[in-house]
Design a protein around this ligand. Structure first.
Ligand code: 5AD
Ligand code: SF4
Length: 427
């Protein structure tokens, strides 16, 4: 979501005549897009602010902007803290970036724009012309989150859940496809709740069906799904709709029911496993990835063992794991029995050890399989083409000069490595 916001901001500035430069020293405007999901991400902002200070000293005309979730969270405090900062741009103000930059340029006064927009239409959600590459694009389908998991800052920094209209999304995807995009990733904090707030009967499955009907679009991905809202209908849609890829990112967070309840996740671990089991029955080769938090307040050794056990039972293809981080405004920040840092560190390493072995095993099991790979690029250094399987695994392809970006190829997996697969083209 954050990456896509950066793409939008750079496209909006390019629309009014700016061009990207490779060094901050050469820029007229510097935008730092920020994340506040964990403390570590937020800390990066403060070291970046230090760099802006020296930049401003050398070139007082440069316009400095902090955007994103830290901007939203800290608002005008950032302007007090960093007098060399010109503009604080909240998560709902992205579309106003060019205007505000112009205003700052004229008035040379510090500005802040962090109000939440009343409706999703004012947020300028269209995908920019230049995305992460010319083959794959993100498409925002909803903004914000209303779940209030007790550890999470997102409902505060991105506001309440609001879905975009189905027609608007479909038009955007058609446009992308005309420009040569072959794969889209639908973005939302909780995509399976898509449409509920529209109150017109449209739900996530309707959107998937509609998009699956666009013939030139090869692949549809989506993230993130919430286990509580994931159901059999969605599993059926994934199985039946040709363009919908066989991969789901379904954050479990913890294997302990006590902790899941304290997190306000709205499901128990068995329920999660049950839903997954039914999905795997429909799509045996489905890839499943997840997020895990270790060291949530009150997490005992026994709770943590439940998480370890869940990892062993479920055997995710890949996980993203984090130490619990106390975030401003969240309920869990104030919970008793905060877990000491050393224990969090130990638990995180234990989780890594378990999962590294499982991921490698998945990759080894893929050896010999024939996979469809969408080529996303050619590596600069060695000219090696790379892409992803439908199950979202990275495949580097052994030398073939005929391969071009955007090709959809049948590839035999010859080796499963720690982070990727090695494939060779089938003639
Ligand atoms: N501490 C640690 N991890 C967090 N996440 C969200 N908030 C926190 C927090 N306060 C993780 C969750 C979520 C992912 C995007 O980030 O696992 O799924
Ligand atoms: Fe945060 Fe929970 Fe919403 Fe995900 S579902 S963005 S973890 S509040």
């Amino acid at each position: 979501m954050n990456e896509h916001d950066s793409e939008k901001m750079s496209a909006l500035l390019e629309n009014v005549g700016f061009t990207q430069v490779s060094a901050a020293e050469a820029a007229d405007v510097v935008v730092i897009n920020t994340c506040s999901i964990r403390e570590k991400a937020e800390h990066k902002v403060y070291s970046a602010l230090g760099k802006l200070k020296s930049l401003k000293k050398k070139n007082p005309a440069v316009i400095t902007v902090v955007a994103g979730c830290v901007a939203q969270q800290e608002k005008e405090n950032l302007l007090h803290r960093a007098p060399h900062l010109d503009l604080v741009l909240g998560t709902h103000s992205i579309a106003q970036l060019p205007n505000l930059v112009e205003q700052v340029g004229q008035s040379r006064r510090q500005l802040e724009s962090t109000a939440f927009a009343g409706d999703v239409e004012s947020l300028h959600m269209n995908a920019p012309l230049k995305g992460k590459n010319q083959i794959c694009s993100y498409v925002t389908i909803m903004q914000g989150c209303s779940n209030f998991c007790t550890y999470c800052v997102v409902p505060f920094t991105r506001g309440p859940e609001q879905s975009r209209k189905l027609d608007e999304i479909v038009d955007e995807v058609r446009d992308l496809v005309k420009r040569g995009i072959k794969e889209i990733t639908l973005l939302g904090q909780n995509v399976n709740a898509y449409g509920k707030d529209l109150n017109n009967g449209t739900l996530f499955n309707d959107l998937l069906k509609e998009l699956n009907g666009i013939p030139e679009l090869s692949r549809i991905r989506f993230t993130t799904s919430h286990p509580r809202d994931f159901n059999d209908n969605m599993a059926a849609a994934m199985a039946d709709l040709k363009s919908v890829c066989e991969h789901i990112h379904l954050p479990l967070q913890s294997g302990s029911d006590r902790i899941l309840a304290a997190m306000n996740r709205g499901y128990a671990s068995l329920e999660y496993m049950d839903k997954l089991q039914r999905l795997r029955e429909r799509i045996p080769n489905v890839a499943v990835t997840t997020d895990i938090i270790v060291g949530f307040p009150g997490e005992t050794q026994a709770d943590f063992e439940d998480t370890q056990r869940a990892l062993q039972i479920i055997r995710f293809d890949q996980i993203f794991s984090f130490k619990f981080s106390r975030r401003p405004g969240t309920a869990a920040r104030e919970f008793p029995d905060q877990v000491p840092e050393e224990i969090k560190t130990e638990r995180l390493s234990a989780v890594h050890r378990i999962q590294d072995e499982i991921t490698l095993q998945h990759h080894k099991n893929a050896e010999g399989a024939i996979e469809e790979v969408l080529i996303e690029g050619i590596k600069n250094g060695n000219g090696q083409p790379f892409g992803r399987t439908r199950t979202n695994k990275i495949v580097n392809i052994e030398g073939s000069e005929r391969i071009r970006e955007g090709d959809l190829l049948k590839v035999r997996i010859v080796r499963g490595l720690k982070h990727s697969l090695l494939g060779s083209l089938i003639n």
